[in-house]
Design a protein around this ligand. Sequence first.
Ligand SMILES: CSC[C@H]1O[C@@H](n2cnc3c(O)ncnc32)[C@H](O)[C@@H]1O
Ligand SMILES: [Zn+2]
Length: 436
Amino acid sequence: MKTVYVNAAFFTMNKKNQIFENGMMIVENQSIVYIGQHDPNKLIDIDQVVDLGGKWVLPGLVNTHSHVVMTLLRGSGDDMLLKPWLETKIWPMEKQFTTEIASTSAQLGILEMLKTGTTTFSDMFNPNGIDSDEVIHQISKTGIRGAFSQTIFSSETRMEQKANFKEAERFTKKYKMFAKGRLTTMVAPHSPYACNPETLIECVRIAEENDVGIHIHVSETEGEILEIENRYDVRPIEHLRQLGIFERPTVIAHGVFLNDEERAMLNQYGVRVAHNPISNLKLGSGIADIVSLLETGVKVGIATDSVASNNNFDMFEEIRTAALLQKGIYKDPTKFPVQLALSLATRIGAQAIGMEYTGSLEVNKKADFITINPYNKEHLQPISQAYSHLLYAARGNDVCDVYIDGKEVVKDGICLTIDEERVIAEANELKGTLSS
Ligand SMILES: CSC[C@H]1O[C@@H](n2cnc3c(O)ncnc32)[C@H](O)[C@@H]1O
Ligand SMILES: [Zn+2]
């Protein structure tokens, strides 16, 4: 099946940030085979023509760190610091999770992601008490692309620890290439404070044996730095390096507290950073110095974290916050310009999570794209300033259509792969079964 998309402005987000104002894109077998100026000569052998009515077309957004299974916890535990938030609010509620709660939570989270333009996510979930196979089966049906990774914690007993490793190994093997490659997984030790050295070393082994990367929370708060220094006499980054974590392709979530030496080390090992500006603000953790990270050469993606610390999955809001914060902390509005900000949520974000095959509209890339209709939106006028509006004015609910692998998953703002009414009703019913 060969489909041509015409009558649209294509923001390719390729390295040159090319825009094709009255462009054309041809998709065949889930991939882009042509993107450029409108060319009638290319219309032979076409099965389907889609007229996009002058809309803007962008690559689907990439959320490099999320927890969709926590979506039912939105609004629980506001206004708390990370440690008490996790220990007294979030973890006790996660302990009550059933497969049904996890599955409905994940569908609700992905519904919001898809409708607000996210086509690829890299997610960590707490597997305690739930049937992970069922949850990933439901995720697969939504059509989203990404990595769904089972979080590993250190346990109190040897037996429990052994069972955790066994399950992590099973999950990794089964899902590293799933849904025809649309879904994958990484090994996800929670953090250097919730995983002891033995656990972290075992995670490296599982990642190595299965040829997958590592996804871990690191250097999120000042308290974490002190805790790791007290325990091991080194800061978290050096601790993880010594244990061999960075020998695997690694994404660290947060990286709020990094010094020059650590940034250089991350760059040397090719470690990528998932930047979660709103979660870091809401939990009072701090503001990551993304400009320095990028100047050192580290690849950075943008992320929301869970909606318990955000409280939504709107990547437009996230990119805008990221850009405004860097301008503010540097007292320099030239920092984090529009194209850079958008590229971290698209092409560079995809590279950050090892999915270079998506994140920009280029030949041979996956046909993962979104459309925005600016004509009926007052906050997107005048339309001639589109690039600026995408960063400074657009919001998730401006997204009109969403395609993943060339398949339409959202049409005119309605999700075609998830029964919205059912999921929302189930979510509210199940929330009532949780005690906070
Ligand atoms: C649901 S994934 C794994 C684990 O991570 C916890 N979590 C959620 N957000 C954060 C964060 O910002 N820092 C550290 N840990 C976090 C979550 O409660 C799950 O148990
Ligand atoms: Zn997180």
